[in-house]
Write a new protein. Sequence first.
Length: 223
Amino acid sequence: MAETGYQLVLGDKNYSSWSLRPWLLMRMFDIPFEEINVDIYNKGARARVLEHSPSGKVPALTAGSLTIWDTLAIMEYLAETHPELAIWPKEREARAMARVVSAEMHSGFENLRSEMPMDMHASKPVGSVSKGVGHDVTRIVEVWRMCRDTYGSGGDFLFGDFCTADAMYAPVCSRFRTYGIDLAAQGDDGTAQIYCDKVLSLKAIEDWMQSGREQMSERGIAY
């Protein structure tokens, strides 16, 4: 087990957007953990996940005798356990807004989720999007621009330095690339595209994708 005693149970790295979020956060803040991967698309996967997560879903974080099986709750726990790290922005107003936009991602954007699931190694450009997806994308572009304009001057991320909000929206950046979303057509002034490019260029994202390629190769699937 990792030095901190954390175990992080993950699903498939090509498809599991919820798994990416806490994994990326922990990597970006150099929080050591043992990674447990479960192929959630194979027979018997639920039983294997239930060995680690009472909800039968991933991700799940184990810290000693404690198990946390919700992505946002995992991030809150890490922030409280590691107060020396700026997992949430240090400034109170920025921190409140980072929580707001993270919660909006946690519970919203259902059209984008259902119609454009994460598929990190695929290229599936669409000529147009549904009204529902268009609404979701426009709202995300608005959120990102507000965060960058108001709180992002100190760095390249939504609140300047990388924080929980960036981990929450990282799978969205991947979706936009996979499906070739024209962000300018959804009101982007360039802010959202630059932000997406920054997130997707992170070394941690490259490592995640390489591991995902290895997982797919083991199943005989080539990208």
